[in-house]
Design a protein around this ligand. Structure first.
Ligand SMILES: O=C(O)CCC(=O)C(=O)O
Length: 200
Protein backbone atom coordinates (compact mmCIF):
# COMPACT_ATOMS: atom_id res chain seq x y z
CA UNK A 1 0.00 0.00 0.00
CA UNK A 2 1.29 3.45 -0.87
CA UNK A 3 0.68 5.66 2.17
CA UNK A 4 1.34 8.80 0.12
CA UNK A 5 -1.56 8.18 -2.26
CA UNK A 6 -3.97 9.59 0.33
CA UNK A 7 -2.30 13.01 0.42
CA UNK A 8 -5.07 15.34 -0.78
CA UNK A 9 -2.59 18.13 -1.41
CA UNK A 10 -0.40 15.99 -3.69
CA UNK A 11 0.83 17.71 -6.85
CA UNK A 12 -0.60 16.11 -10.02
CA UNK A 13 2.19 17.57 -12.16
CA UNK A 14 5.57 15.80 -12.23
CA UNK A 15 7.56 19.08 -12.67
CA UNK A 16 7.36 22.78 -13.69
CA UNK A 17 4.18 23.68 -11.80
CA UNK A 18 1.66 22.70 -9.15
CA UNK A 19 -1.86 21.38 -9.65
CA UNK A 20 -3.82 20.11 -6.65
CA UNK A 21 -7.12 18.28 -7.03
CA UNK A 22 -9.09 18.44 -3.76
CA UNK A 23 -11.97 16.29 -5.08
CA UNK A 24 -15.51 17.05 -3.86
CA UNK A 25 -15.49 20.05 -1.50
CA UNK A 26 -19.24 20.00 -0.73
CA UNK A 27 -22.00 17.40 -0.46
CA UNK A 28 -24.19 16.31 -3.38
CA UNK A 29 -27.24 18.37 -2.28
CA UNK A 30 -25.17 21.56 -2.03
CA UNK A 31 -23.54 20.90 -5.40
CA UNK A 32 -26.98 20.35 -7.00
CA UNK A 33 -28.30 23.59 -5.54
CA UNK A 34 -25.32 25.58 -6.80
CA UNK A 35 -25.59 23.97 -10.26
CA UNK A 36 -29.26 24.98 -10.55
CA UNK A 37 -28.64 28.52 -9.29
CA UNK A 38 -25.67 29.00 -11.61
CA UNK A 39 -27.57 27.68 -14.64
CA UNK A 40 -30.52 30.01 -13.93
CA UNK A 41 -29.06 33.16 -12.41
CA UNK A 42 -25.79 33.79 -14.26
CA UNK A 43 -25.88 36.14 -17.26
CA UNK A 44 -24.63 33.54 -19.75
CA UNK A 45 -23.51 34.72 -23.18
CA UNK A 46 -21.94 32.92 -26.13
CA UNK A 47 -18.18 33.43 -26.09
CA UNK A 48 -16.46 35.35 -28.85
CA UNK A 49 -12.86 34.82 -29.92
CA UNK A 50 -10.78 36.12 -32.80
CA UNK A 51 -8.77 33.21 -34.17
CA UNK A 52 -6.55 33.72 -37.23
CA UNK A 53 -8.37 37.03 -37.79
CA UNK A 54 -11.82 35.41 -37.87
CA UNK A 55 -14.56 36.09 -35.31
CA UNK A 56 -15.66 32.78 -33.79
CA UNK A 57 -18.83 32.54 -31.69
CA UNK A 58 -18.71 29.45 -29.48
CA UNK A 59 -21.66 27.23 -28.47
CA UNK A 60 -20.14 27.18 -24.99
CA UNK A 61 -21.44 30.06 -22.88
CA UNK A 62 -19.38 32.29 -20.62
CA UNK A 63 -19.79 34.95 -17.96
CA UNK A 64 -17.33 37.17 -16.18
CA UNK A 65 -17.81 38.47 -12.61
CA UNK A 66 -15.49 40.48 -10.37
CA UNK A 67 -14.81 43.01 -7.60
CA UNK A 68 -14.97 46.03 -9.88
CA UNK A 69 -15.64 46.46 -13.56
CA UNK A 70 -12.38 44.90 -14.68
CA UNK A 71 -11.63 44.72 -18.36
CA UNK A 72 -10.14 41.34 -19.18
CA UNK A 73 -8.73 40.46 -22.58
CA UNK A 74 -8.24 36.94 -23.91
CA UNK A 75 -8.48 35.39 -27.38
CA UNK A 76 -8.28 38.97 -28.68
CA UNK A 77 -11.62 40.03 -27.21
CA UNK A 78 -12.24 42.19 -24.14
CA UNK A 79 -14.83 41.41 -21.45
CA UNK A 80 -16.14 43.55 -18.61
CA UNK A 81 -16.82 41.97 -15.20
CA UNK A 82 -20.33 42.00 -13.68
CA UNK A 83 -20.77 42.52 -9.90
CA UNK A 84 -20.63 39.35 -7.72
CA UNK A 85 -23.84 37.43 -6.96
CA UNK A 86 -24.52 35.96 -3.48
CA UNK A 87 -23.73 32.40 -4.65
CA UNK A 88 -20.51 33.46 -6.36
CA UNK A 89 -19.34 35.23 -3.19
CA UNK A 90 -20.05 32.05 -1.16
CA UNK A 91 -18.11 29.94 -3.65
CA UNK A 92 -15.27 32.47 -3.81
CA UNK A 93 -14.96 32.26 0.01
CA UNK A 94 -14.82 28.46 -0.16
CA UNK A 95 -12.16 28.50 -2.90
CA UNK A 96 -10.16 31.11 -0.96
CA UNK A 97 -10.28 29.16 2.30
CA UNK A 98 -9.10 25.93 0.71
CA UNK A 99 -6.48 27.43 -1.62
CA UNK A 100 -5.21 30.08 0.83
CA UNK A 101 -5.37 32.70 -1.95
CA UNK A 102 -7.69 35.68 -2.40
CA UNK A 103 -9.39 36.23 -5.75
CA UNK A 104 -10.92 39.33 -7.34
CA UNK A 105 -12.61 37.85 -10.39
CA UNK A 106 -14.21 34.73 -11.84
CA UNK A 107 -14.63 33.42 -15.37
CA UNK A 108 -17.57 31.01 -15.72
CA UNK A 109 -18.02 28.48 -18.53
CA UNK A 110 -21.18 26.55 -19.38
CA UNK A 111 -20.76 23.42 -21.54
CA UNK A 112 -24.24 22.24 -22.57
CA UNK A 113 -23.01 18.68 -23.23
CA UNK A 114 -19.88 16.74 -24.20
CA UNK A 115 -19.82 18.20 -27.72
CA UNK A 116 -18.58 21.41 -26.15
CA UNK A 117 -15.10 21.65 -24.67
CA UNK A 118 -12.06 23.90 -24.61
CA UNK A 119 -8.89 23.50 -26.67
CA UNK A 120 -5.37 23.47 -25.21
CA UNK A 121 -4.34 26.89 -23.88
CA UNK A 122 -2.71 28.40 -20.82
CA UNK A 123 -4.06 31.22 -18.68
CA UNK A 124 -0.95 33.33 -19.12
CA UNK A 125 -2.47 36.72 -19.94
CA UNK A 126 -0.43 39.68 -18.68
CA UNK A 127 -3.32 40.78 -16.45
CA UNK A 128 -2.92 37.64 -14.29
CA UNK A 129 0.78 38.27 -13.63
CA UNK A 130 3.41 35.54 -13.31
CA UNK A 131 2.89 32.35 -11.27
CA UNK A 132 -0.78 33.13 -10.77
CA UNK A 133 -3.07 30.89 -8.67
CA UNK A 134 -6.37 29.81 -10.26
CA UNK A 135 -9.05 27.91 -8.32
CA UNK A 136 -11.44 25.92 -10.50
CA UNK A 137 -14.83 24.70 -9.16
CA UNK A 138 -16.83 22.23 -11.26
CA UNK A 139 -20.56 21.46 -11.20
CA UNK A 140 -22.68 19.03 -13.22
CA UNK A 141 -21.37 16.40 -15.63
CA UNK A 142 -18.04 14.89 -14.62
CA UNK A 143 -15.46 15.65 -17.33
CA UNK A 144 -11.85 14.79 -18.07
CA UNK A 145 -9.37 17.69 -17.79
CA UNK A 146 -5.89 17.38 -19.32
CA UNK A 147 -2.53 19.12 -19.04
CA UNK A 148 0.24 19.02 -21.69
CA UNK A 149 3.77 20.28 -21.07
CA UNK A 150 4.75 22.93 -23.63
CA UNK A 151 8.23 21.45 -24.30
CA UNK A 152 8.22 17.76 -23.34
CA UNK A 153 4.57 17.20 -24.46
CA UNK A 154 4.05 14.99 -21.37
CA UNK A 155 0.35 14.80 -20.44
CA UNK A 156 -1.51 14.45 -17.14
CA UNK A 157 -5.29 14.03 -16.81
CA UNK A 158 -7.81 14.20 -13.98
CA UNK A 159 -11.59 13.65 -13.77
CA UNK A 160 -13.36 16.76 -12.44
CA UNK A 161 -16.31 15.69 -10.29
CA UNK A 162 -19.57 17.49 -9.42
CA UNK A 163 -18.81 19.96 -6.58
CA UNK A 164 -15.02 19.56 -6.85
CA UNK A 165 -12.07 21.94 -6.62
CA UNK A 166 -8.85 21.99 -8.63
CA UNK A 167 -6.10 24.55 -7.95
CA UNK A 168 -3.40 25.47 -10.49
CA UNK A 169 -0.48 27.53 -9.19
CA UNK A 170 3.26 28.35 -9.24
CA UNK A 171 4.77 27.99 -12.76
CA UNK A 172 1.88 25.91 -14.15
CA UNK A 173 0.62 28.50 -16.66
CA UNK A 174 4.16 29.18 -18.00
CA UNK A 175 4.96 25.54 -18.71
CA UNK A 176 1.69 23.64 -19.14
CA UNK A 177 -1.33 23.92 -21.42
CA UNK A 178 -4.73 22.66 -20.25
CA UNK A 179 -7.89 21.60 -22.05
CA UNK A 180 -11.35 20.14 -21.58
CA UNK A 181 -11.60 17.47 -24.31
CA UNK A 182 -14.98 16.90 -25.97
CA UNK A 183 -16.71 13.58 -25.30
CA UNK A 184 -19.68 12.13 -27.20
CA UNK A 185 -20.72 10.18 -24.08
CA UNK A 186 -21.56 13.27 -22.00
CA UNK A 187 -25.17 14.41 -22.39
CA UNK A 188 -25.58 16.62 -19.32
CA UNK A 189 -24.38 20.22 -18.78
CA UNK A 190 -21.31 21.23 -16.82
CA UNK A 191 -20.56 24.60 -15.24
CA UNK A 192 -16.99 25.59 -14.38
CA UNK A 193 -15.88 28.58 -12.33
CA UNK A 194 -12.26 29.73 -12.43
CA UNK A 195 -11.47 32.21 -9.66
CA UNK A 196 -8.58 34.45 -10.64
CA UNK A 197 -6.57 37.44 -9.44
CA UNK A 198 -6.25 40.33 -11.87
CA UNK A 199 -3.15 42.32 -11.01
CA UNK A 200 -3.09 45.09 -13.62
O1 LIG B 1 -13.89 24.13 -17.87
C1 LIG B 1 -12.82 23.96 -17.32
O2 LIG B 1 -12.67 23.12 -16.43
C2 LIG B 1 -11.60 24.75 -17.68
C3 LIG B 1 -11.84 26.10 -18.21
C4 LIG B 1 -10.54 26.70 -18.60
O3 LIG B 1 -9.67 26.05 -19.12
C5 LIG B 1 -10.32 28.10 -18.36
O4 LIG B 1 -11.24 28.79 -17.86
O5 LIG B 1 -9.20 28.56 -18.65
Amino acid sequence: MDLFNDDITANLLPYDGTVVYYGKVMNHAQAQLYLERLLNDIEWKNDEAIIFGKLIITKRKVAWYGDSDYLYTYSNTTKQALPWTKELLELKKLAEEISGTSFNSCLLNLYHDGNEGMAYHSDDEKSLGKNTTIASLSFGAERKFSFKHKQTKDTVSVQLEHGSLLVMKDETQSHWLHRLPPSKKIIRPRVNLTFRTIVL
